[in-house]
Ligand binder design. Structure first.
Ligand code: XMP
Length: 511
């Protein structure tokens, strides 16, 4: 079954992936594509509606992105957001002007004319603005639908042509009825049926994978992270025993992680899952190494070596499964920025595996959709809601040399941190949280004795996409409990500190 599709044309604004996620959350499939897509390509894509995103430009900038006016003559409903709204007005002969001051933040606005876009939204509500340019005159046939005292054309449209523009950002949570507005556009204007659900996705993907793979052989590197877990489970549901998974136990996982992976996937689901016990190899290679980049490179290279050895034992396969998700697909289409840290992912695997084709069953999904698919497949919460864990795992959360003793200290401290956050009901509000063993030792007094032990740092952040992050405001009483438990229950830890740095200037991980 082919589902309905909405096209989100990306004009470079910071909330663009968020728009696509909101549309998907409303059960309508959409793709985020570069704004220079041609009319022909758009026709071929056959969307039920098009959304123009915001962007950093002014329509009058020399290199500002534009659209072919024919896009607006296709008879397909269009919603322009911020820059997108200005661009529609500009393209169809309206006027856009530059304000002397930018408007940024929450604003109350009023609908001045009813239209399908404003259905079930109160006449007055709050929206989120972030702009300098504004639409000062509308093209022929268009009407003002909403305004604020400072922005006369806050929303406009032509219900006949089904083309609309909003100056504010309906996709951000600060716009009270933003979701409702997007829903109105999709369901009342574009005629969406809501056919994008994770139940449908699982059914379609399993059928597609069955057809593609048939009775041929598939190999998957299982990291324990949510992406590879969900990808492997989908493939397993489609082809069962034809899938072999390899889990490399490098001895750097969090407490109970390897056990959980084996019990869920091998014992629970009956997957053909091989565990490569390589902890000693990794620890030997890491002996005496303190430099973060060296640690990352050593772990990345050793991981590939171990995997290669396992793959050789398995022999030639037809397919290699990768847990690529939609943001990776979008990002890979963009330019590369400076390397801050050398990330270790399974990207290096293809060169060491004898296979014919890569299967990426999650390449159309955002992270939250991957989690929903995981739930749909019956995976336990601990796997579905697992936080992102860097490939080099605990090795980059131990400052300086990685030793068995420090690993043990970190595992226990990290476990207590996670346990208390879960008990406080904060697990889903905090994007990522973990403990770090710093390379400082301090003096303490425990049970009348002087101690000289490690300082444990706690790191917890909120974020949308890990590109920027803010430190999480964990209540003091929760921090107090965590600190008490760590200093009482964990060996070789006598002090706990909380990291209150955002990204930038810090990064999320310490190394
Ligand atoms: P940083 O520390 O760069 O982290 O702010 C951003 C996000 O990426 C994760 N991270 C990694 N993920 N391989 C991964 O797959 C890696 O080598 C790696 N290093 C950092 C980090 O946990 C955070 O979510």
């Amino acid at each position: 079954m082919q589902h309905q599709k909405v096209l989100v044309l990306d004009f470079g604004g910071q909330y663009n992936q968020l728009i696509a996620r909101r549309v998907r959350d409303l059960n309508v499939y959409c793709d985020l594509k570069p704004c220079d897509m041609t009319v022909e390509a758009i026709k071929e894509y056959a969307p039920i509606g098009i959304i123009f995103t915001g962007g950093p430009n002014s329509v009058y900038d020399e290199n500002a992105p534009h659209i072919e006016s024919a896009v607006l003559g296709l008879g397909i409903p269009v919603l322009g957001i911020c820059y997108g709204a200005q661009l529609i007005a500009h393209t169809l002969g309206g006027r856009v002007e530059h304000a002397s001051v930018s408007e940024y933040g929450k604003r109350e606005f009023s609908f001045v004319k009813l239209s399908p876009l404003s259905a079930d939204i109160p006449e007055k509500s709050v929206c989120w603005m972030s702009h300098t340019d504004y639409v000062s005159a509308l093209p022929q046939g268009f009407e003002t639908l909403a305004s604020t005292p400072t922005c006369p054309v806050t929303a406009y449209g032509d219900p006949q042509k089904r083309i609309y523009g909003v100056q504010f950002h309906p996709e951000v949570v600060h716009t009270e009825y933003g979701n409702k507005l997007l829903e109105n556009f999709l369901y009342r204007i574009c005629g969406a049926k809501g056919d994008w659900t994770m139940k449908n996705f699982v059914r379609e993907q399993v059928a597609r994978l069955k057809e593609k793979i048939g009775d041929r052989r598939v190999l998957c590197a299982m990291s324990g992270g949510v992406d590879s877990a969900v990808a492997a489970t989908l493939v397993h549901r489609a082809v069962g025993k034809n899938l072999t998974c390899v889990f490399v136990d490098h001895g750097l996982h969090r407490k109970n992680e390897p056990e959980e992976v084996m019990s869920v996937f091998r014992d629970g689901l009956g997957m053909d899952l091989i565990k490569a016990d390589a902890a000693d190899r990794f620890l030997t290679k890491l002996r005496g190494v303190c430099d973060p980049e060296k640690k990352r490179k050593i772990i990345g290279a050793e991981f590939i070596k171990v995997f290669e050895e396992e793959a050789k034992k398995i022999g030639a396969v037809d397919f290699l499964v990768q847990g690529t998700i939609y943001p990776d697909v979008i990002e890979s289409g963009k330019g590369k920025s400076a390397v801050i840290k050398s990330h270790h992912n399974v990207g290096g695997l293809p060169s060491v595996v004898d296979f014919k084709e890569i299967v990426e069953p999650l390449r159309d999904l955002f992270k939250d959709e991957v989690r929903r698919v995981g739930t749909e497949l019956g995976l336990p919460e601990g796997i579905v809601w697992r936080q992102p864990c860097p490939g080099p795992a605990l090795a980059i959360r131990i400052m300086g040399e990685v030793t068995c003793e420090k690993l043990e200290t970190l595992r226990e401290a990290d476990y207590i941190f996670r346990d208390e956050i879960a008990k406080a009901g904060l697990a889903r509000d905090i994007w990522q949280y973990f403990a770090v063993v710093t390379d400082s030792k301090t003096v303490g007094v425990q049970g009348d004795f002087r101690t000289y032990e490690n300082v444990i740092a706690l790191r917890a952040i909120t974020s949308v996409d890990a590109m920027t992050a803010d430190w999480a405001r964990i209540p003091f009483d929760v921090l107090e409990k965590i600190s008490n438990r760590i200093t009482n229950e964990v060996k070789h830890a006598n002090r706990v500190v909380y990291d209150i740095t955002s990204k930038p200037p810090a990064t999320i991980e310490w190394e």
